[in-house]
Design a protein around this ligand. Sequence first.
Ligand SMILES: C[S@@+](CC[C@H](N)C(=O)[O-])C[C@H]1O[C@@H](n2cnc3c(N)ncnc32)[C@H](O)[C@@H]1O
Length: 329
Amino acid sequence: MKKYGYKTKYGECICTDSLIGLQDLDDNSIDLVMTSPPFALQREKEYGNKSQSDYIDWFCQFAELVYNKLKETGSFVIDLGGAYQKGEPAYSLYQFKLLIKLCEEVGFELAQPFYWHNPSALPAPIEWVNKRKIRAKNSVNTVWWLCKNPKLCKADITKVLTPYSDRMLKLLEKPTEFIKQENTIRPSGHVLGMSSWTRDNGGAIPPNMLQIPNSESNSKYLKYCKEMNVKGHPARFPIALPEFFIKFLTEQNDLVVDIFGGSNTTGQAAEQLKRKWLSFELSKDYVAASSFRFIENSKDLDCVYSNILNENFIDLTDLIEVEQLLLLG
Ligand SMILES: C[S@@+](CC[C@H](N)C(=O)[O-])C[C@H]1O[C@@H](n2cnc3c(N)ncnc32)[C@H](O)[C@@H]1O
């Protein structure tokens, strides 16, 4: 089958079913699969969702392939939103059932569960939250960080340190005002040693609850979608989410893959961080529009977009090189 989509300096976005795309990759070749699949929602998105009853078996087809293609040191990170059971103010267990099957049958280990809190999430579902006011709004997704081998799995938390709190900055400045004697025992049982707690490590260890608003409104992607009169992808995650896991779990030149590429947020994060990347997406329209993330000059939008819709494979680095040559005169 003819390959179409586009390539950049570090990666390729290919319009295909990822069950096919993954098969073309060598076993033990991927460092990180970072993805957000269609969720098992009751209200269908425009790109289609599997029903809750079929979801687990449907997803496991992809997971089995991912398992074979992932290196021993690799990770599989899956962002999943919560959902209610049909017509009931009762939560579906699909994320948790899926996690159990991925670990107990497919062979993954849960390296650590993460939670993504989106403070800008809108109140939903309307029936239970807005109308009857009997449930809180959903604003936390589960992000399952899976690996093949928890001891070998590559990870470095020092790559994703967060700024110190004001209190910690004061402690670093004047430690003796906070810790009166060496080896103070806190009520929790933790021993506060002067030397270990007052060392400046360049930032704080982040928690496994990531607080990232999903409120992008002024990105190049959205600007160019508007210019081209194309609807932006309806279920993008914020770029800070893949950025966190790419920095945490991979090194430069490692291979990052998104098997449900959507608007290719993961590809953009990987490109910026100089990781090799691959993105598979079923919808031709989404692939074509996702090229806007990598186009420098808006005069190229129309030509690239229509060429991808006509099932061509476009090398975006050629565009950039031609533009640079023109600029140099
Ligand atoms: C939740 S969206 C991903 C959004 C993406 N994280 C972003 O930031 O734009 C899921 C995407 O998976 C795509 N998809 C569904 N089944 C697929 C398959 N078998 N192969 C490739 N893509 C698929 C859908 O078309 C949809 O765009």
